[in-house]
Every structure is written in structure tokens, then in C-alpha cells.
Write a protein that binds this ligand. Structure first.
Ligand code: NAD
Length: 285
């Protein structure tokens, strides 16, 4: 069994981006600029946003964090987005989710200029993924595909099972696995006899948000397991995944840990998307 080191793969990706970005001042006169907007003080969001700024620094990119108070109105946030859309010096723009309940996430996602949408959440980017037209890939699914590639796992012809059908992880990663020629089964809360299906998986991606829900009896020998979950162990309160690592790992040929698996890849892919938005803009000038 191999533990897939997402930290190492993400560090290599960021180093490659840093080298690429270092050539930009001479070629284009500046480096890419990512703006992250955070509304309120959700503790997880504070950490995520800080990590995004740190990753920008590691890649030699400019970054700005805008913090707005919890009570910011939807209209005020939309106006702020319009301003950033119009700002030529901004290449990538994201608003950290979740947002306070009085603000529509759908409206905010749609308001971001799709050419600056580094999260890949804008309807035009989502449509591009499904229609195979140019688009920005969502970061977590892209990170999962890169981890598989780094491990030398080619999904072609393999039976892939994805648990979870959210717009952010499960659904797009299922589509990407399909495009990589896997045979994909997408499972969700209404799936009947989940263990019977997961036992058929050669690649198992779990994005359900349920601590340790996948146990050793639910997988077959040799499976490659990608655990997207970021949960709290109800017993210890520690960060854990959707996969019960201790019972699943001995049967897996490769498995991602939590933390240190998919999480760092998500941010590395965000950096990659920021560079892509910057380069697209240079190409369109
Ligand atoms: P979500 O709540 O939007 O979706 C969860 C999905 O799992 C739903 O489609 C639901 O049908 C399915 N599901 C839930 N319980 C199930 C069960 N018992 N059996 C079968 N299906 C079940 O969650 P999400 O936004 O997709 O996130 C999933 C997990 O991934 C969370 O733990 C989240 O914190 C984590 N996450 C991690 C990263 C990262 O960068 N590592 C990024 C995004 C999300």
C-alpha cells in the first residue's frame, strides 16, 4: 500500500508555477494577481483564505485579500465584484464560500467575470466542462485527477466509483473520470446497497462529508482510494476524512491521507488556474 503524498505533488506543482511566473515580468511586464474576497469570520474560511495567500507567495504571484464584515449586503458584495471584474490588474477572482445566509451564492458565482473565475464555478465554466469547450476546471476535481496522474494511475478502462454528487466535487470529478475513459458510477444518499457498488471500484473517490463512512469491508483489494472529506472525528475531534483509513488502507494499493492528500492539491490547482487566467488575458490582448 502506498500513501499518496498530496503535499509533495502540490509542492512540485507550485515550484513549476513559480519558475514559470518568474519569466512573466520580462515577457509581460508583471506577475499574475489573485484577489480573494472573504465575507465574515468563519474560522475555516479564515484558514483557507490565509493558505491561498501563502500559496500565491510561494508561486511568486501578487495577491490581495479583501475582508468584508459579516453584515455586508448582497448588493454591496455584487458591486465590489463588478469593480474587481473591471480592474485590469486583477487576473483571478474568488469569493470564499460559504457566504452568510442573506447572500445568494448563486448570484455571487454568476457575477464573477467567467474569465477571472479561478474556482471554475461560473455557469460558463461548468458548461465548458460538460460540453468539452475551453473552460476553467474546478480546483478540487482537477487536483484529484493530477494526484492519479502523479501516481501513474490511468483511469482508462477502469471502474471508478464516486460517492457524492455536489457541484463542487462529486459531479465534476465523475465527468473528468469519464472523460479520462473510466467507467463511472456516481453514488449519493439515495444509492441502494452502497457497499456492493464500492466493492467493485478500482478507483474510489469519496466526497460525502461523512466522517469515516467508508470502511474496510466496503472496498476490494488493490483499490486506489481518494478521500476528499474534511471532517471531524466525532470521538477525538481531530481532522479526518470520509474514509476509515485504518481499515481501508491495508486493502488499498494507494490511498490519500487526510490531511495531506487532496487538500493541498486544491490550492495548487487554484494557483494553476490563476496563471491560466493571466495567460488567457495576455493572449486576448
Ligand atoms: P456536499 O455536502 O455538497 O455533498 C455531499 C454529497 O455526498 C451529496 O451529493 C450527498 O448525496 C452525498 N452523501 C452524503 N452522505 C452520503 C452517504 N451516507 N452515502 C452516499 N452519499 C452520501 O459536500 P461537498 O462540498 O461535495 O464536500 C464533500 C466533502 O469534501 C466534505 O467533507 C468537504 O469538507 C470536503 N471537501 C474537501 C475539499 C478539499 O480541498 N480537500 C474541497 C471541497 C470539499
Amino acid at each position: 500500500m502506498k500513501i499518496i503524498d498530496g503535499k509533495q505533488v502540490s509542492t512540485s506543482l507550485k515550484e513549476a508555477l513559480r519558475e514559470q511566473v518568474a519569466t512573466f515580468p520580462e515577457k509581460f511586464g508583471r506577475v499574475p494577481h489573485l484577489v480573494v474576497v472573504r465575507v465574515g469570520e468563519d474560522p475555516a474560511s479564515v484558514v483557507y483564505v490565509r493558505n491561498k495567500a501563502k500559496a500565491c507567495e510561494a508561486c511568486g504571484m501578487r495577491n490581495t485579500t479583501i475582508v468584508l464584515p459579516e453584515e455586508t449586503s448582497e448588493q454591496a458584495l455584487l458591486s465590489q465584484i463588478q469593480e474587481l471584474n473591471a480592474d485590469e490588474t486583477v487576473d483571478g477572482l474568488l469569493v470564499q464560500l460559504p457566504l452568510p445566509k442573506h447572500i445568494s451564492e448563486a448570484k455571487v458565482i454568476e457575477a464573477i467575470d467567467h474569465s477571472k473565475d479561478v474556482d471554475g464555478f461560473h455557469p460558463r465554466n461548468v458548461a465548458g466542462l460538460w460540453q468539452k469547450t475551453p473552460h476553467m476546471n474546478p480546483c478540487t476535481p482537477a487536483g484529484i485527477m493530477k494526484l492519479l496522474e502523479a501516481e501513474g494511475v490511468d483511469p482508462k478502462g477502469k471502474r471508478a466509483v464516486v460517492i457524492g454528487r455536489s457541484n463542487i466535487v462529486g459531479l465534476p470529478v465523475a465527468k473528468m473520470l469519464l472523460d479520462a475513459n473510466a467507467t463511472v458510477t456516481l453514488c449519493h444518499t439515495r444509492t441502494v446497497n452502497l457497499p456492493e457498488i464500492t466493492r467493485q471500484a478500482e478507483i474510489l473517490v469519496v466526497a460525502a462529508g461523512r466522517a469515516k463512512m467508508v470502511t474496510g469491508d466496503m472496498v476490494s483489494e488493490g483499490v486506489v482510494v481518494i478521500d476528499v472529506g474534511m471532517d471531524r472525528d466525532p470521538e477525538t475531534g481531530k481532522l479526518c476524512g470520509d474514509v476509515d483509513f485504518d481499515s481501508v488502507a491495508p486493502k488499498a494499493s494507494a490511498i490519500t491521507p487526510v490531511p495531506g492528500g487532496v487538500g493541498p492539491m486544491t490550492i495548487a490547482c487554484l494557483m494553476e488556474n490563476t496563471v491560466a487566467c493571466f495567460l488567457n488575458k495576455q493572449g486576448n490582448k
